[in-house]
Design a protein around this ligand. Sequence first.
Ligand SMILES: [Zn+2]
Length: 269
Amino acid sequence: MQRIESPGQPPHYRFEALDCEALDGPEPSAGLLQAVTTRLGGVSREPWASLNLGQTVGDDPRAVAANEQRAYAALGVAAGQVITARQVHGADVARVGAAEAGRVAGAADALVTDAPGVVLLMRFADCTPVLFHAPDRGVVAIAHAGWRGALAGVAAHTARAMIEHYGCDPHTLRVGIGPSIGPCCYEVGAEVYGPMADRWGADVVDRTAGAPGKAHLNLPECSARALGEVGVEHIEMAAVCTCCRREEFFSHRGDGGHTGRFAALIGLR
Ligand SMILES: [Zn+2]
C-alpha cells in the first residue's frame, strides 16, 4: 500500500496491485477510485478520534457526517455515489449498480459492481478489508472478512461472483488485502482457531503464542488462501496490523471494543 497525503486533507492508502495501465491509458488506473482511510484528520472525540466513519458505534452523527465530508472531498467522491451494506459477518455477495447509489444495499458482507460512477464502501476495525479489480472487465468489488466471514470464505465467494456473473478471469483479477488485526495480536480460543486451522491449514494458527488454551490467528492469510482456491494470483497484502498501529487505524481489540471505523472503498470513475 502507498500512503497518499495532501495538505489539509485526511491521508489514505491505495494498493499498487489494483492499478493497471492496460485499460486506462497513460495514467495508471485513472479510472479506478480506491482507498483505505485512516483514523487521522477527522473531528470526532475519543474514543472515536478522529476520522470515524462508523454510524452505529455511538459517535455523534454530526461528527460522522463531517468526517464523511472530509474523506469524500479528499477522494473526489460524492455521497450520492456511495453504496454500503449492513455488514453481518456473513458471506453473502450483493450485486449492485446505479439503482443502489447513495443507499445501503441491505445485509451483505461483499458488494460487486460493473457500474461506473458508483463507489462501494465498507467499514472496518480489525476485520479484513478485501478490494477487487478486474481491469479487463471493468468490475470492482469489496468484501468484509472477520473470522466468521473468513471461515465462510467471503473473499472466495466475491471472486466467484465476479467470475460467474461478470465474466472475470481469476488470473487477471487484482486483489488488495488491507489493514486488519494481525497474527501478532489476534488471540482467539479453540472455537475459532480450530475450525480456521481445519479449513485453511494448521499454519494459519500459532499455538505457541497467547495465553493457555488460546492461539494467535493469521486472519488476513485466511482470505489470501480462499482467493488462492479460486485461482487468484495477483494479491497484495498490506501486512499492517490495526492493533499494533492503532494510532493510525481503529482497532476493536486494541481499543478495548469501544472505537470508531475506518473505511475501504472502490469504484470506477
Ligand atoms: Zn499486531
